[in-house]
Design a protein around this ligand. Structure first.
Ligand SMILES: Cc1ncc(COP(=O)(O)O)c(C=O)c1O
Length: 457
């Protein structure tokens, strides 16, 4: 069999890209206060800001969309959605929501109160913010290997099980309403969690009668890593692996904008009847009736097909290989990345890329700005701007939208990164000129440090 891994699809509909000159990009970046979230998307050539909701849907998804039943209550599209999700996730209650953070808000509002503590391998920014919003504390317990960007380990997303035991002992199980595991661990480099670790965490939770929930956004990519890297799983299908993993938990939150292969949507699952009732009551208050949860019937149909397609083995082989292709090609030239490359994204270690810029001058923001100036690429900082003092690393994430870019796009991205790498010593740090009280990275305004000094003199 030929070794080249090709995109396992043909392209049926295309969207032109828009070119800009370097001079135009300089003006655009200034107008966006050096925050790439504030750029008009049409001025971005290759958009690697996120893999969330940016994927291309399949012909089967588009066909299912035409079957959308838009009835307010009892829509048959909800039945398709619930049945498809239950087949994989196995949980009794499936509650739709408009995206992952809505599911999180409902879950934490129902389960947490002030003073509670919620452990996770690494909380994503929206889970952390939603936990803190109800006055609880979000604690990250990823294994020590997961905090060392250049270290190679097959499951750097694993939770430190001893640290979990210690935390339970220290704060007491009464203050821990649930334990979470994020698969794959987005904020820790898109790194997978092993089945063995899931089993161990689940055993600790069972022993202390604590519910275990998955932040399941990239469950299919995690399943494929288990198949590739964990003994005894190579002959199992990604779906069998996902089914087994979810059996160790009691519920999940999910953003269907990732491995749901949809442009919008999410859901919350639980096996607990009482919680489900409370969650549905809250859902009705802010999202909508429980058979649509803030989504159109057609969105439910797209997700019902998408969660199944995300588990196709040829798709996952291509997905994981193409992300690794980008990571390996820049790493070969010395660019420091989180090793090994993650499932949905490559993470550049900005502290190692720009050692002359201290964390309080946002090396990740400075590097992301430079990638845009050089080649119109939009990436995102995951570090001191996003997490403030809690940031353990300063990373620049290049997230690959699903089924959108081809290998030549990725070759272009490699070339741009290597150009910036050559002149890394000239890049300056950044200074905040505006920040919102939470999730500040979305709206922050920054300027280069030298410029800030010059103005204050
Ligand atoms: C691990 C993880 N959890 C939760 C979310 C939140 O999902 P959404 O953007 O749909 O609200 C994301 C989104 O990127 C994520 O990566």
């Amino acid at each position: 069999m030929p070794r080249t891994i090709i995109e396992p699809f043909r392209i049926k509909s295309v969207e032109p890209l828009q070119w800009t000159t370097r001079r135009e990009r300089e003006q655009l970046l200034r107008a966006a206060y050096n925050n790439l979230f504030l750029l008009p998307a049409e001025d971005v050539l290759i958009d690697l800001l996120t893999d969330s909701g940016t994927g291309a849907m399949s012909t089967r998804q588009w066909a299912a969309i035409m079957e959308g039943d838009e009835s307010y209550a009892g829509s048959k599209s909800y039945d398709h959605f619930r049945d498809s999700i239950q087949e994989i996730f196995g949980y009794r209650h499936v509650i739709p929501a408009h995206q992952g953070r809505a599911a999180e808000r409902i879950l934490f509002s129902v389960m947490c109160t002030k003073g509670d503590v919620v452990p996770n391998n690494t909380h994503f920014d929206t889970t952390r913010a939603n936990i803190e919003f109800v006055g609880a504390e979000a604690v990250d317990l990823v294994i020590p290997e997961g905090k060392q960007p250049s270290l190679i380990h097959p499951f750097k997303g694993n939770m430190d099980v001893q640290a979990l035991e210690k935390l339970i002992e220290h704060v007491g199980r009464e203050r821990i309403p649930l334990v979470m595991l994020t698969v794959t661990n987005n904020s820790g480099g898109g790194q997978p969690v092993s089945m063995e670790n899931v089993r161990q965490v689940s055993a600790v939770c069972r022993r202390h009668r604590l519910p275990l929930y998955f932040d399941a956004c990239r469950f299919a990519e995690n399943a494929y890593f288990i198949k590739e890297r964990e003994p005894l799983y190579e002959d199992k299908t990604p779906k069998e692996i996902a089914q087994e993993m979810f059996r160790y938990g009691d519920g999940c939150t999910m953003s269907a904008k990732k491995d749901g292969m949809a442009n919008i949507g999410g859901f919350l699952c639980t096996n607990d009847d009482l919680l489900a009732q409370q969650e549905k009551n809250l859902l009705i208050l802010t999202e909508g009736y429980p058979t649509y949860g803030g989504l159109a019937g057609r969105d439910l149909e797209a997700i019902a097909v998408g969660v199944q397609e995300a588990l196709h083995e040829d798709y996952l082989r291509y997905r994981i290989a193409s992300t690794a292709y980008l990571g390996n090609h820049i790493a070969e030239q010395g660019v420091p990345i989180v090793q090994p490359p993650g499932g949905h994204a490559v993470y550049i270690d900005a502290r190692a890329f720009l050692p002359h810029i201290p964390p309080d001058q946002f090396p990740g923001v400075a590097l992301a700005a430079e990638l845009y100036l050089e080649g119109g690429i939009r990436a995102v900082e995951i570090g001191s701007l996003m997490f403030g003092a809690a940031a353990k690393m300063d990373l620049v994430r290049l997230a690959i939208p699903r089924r959108v870019y081809t290998q030549s796009h990725i070759d272009y991205v490699v070339e741009v990164i290597l150009e910036v790498w050559k002149r890394r010593e000239q890049i300056q740090g950044m200074k905040l000129t505006y920040e919102a009280p939470f999730l500040r990275h979305f709206t922050a305004r920054l300027e280069p440090v030298e410029q800030a000094v010059a103005q204050s003199v």
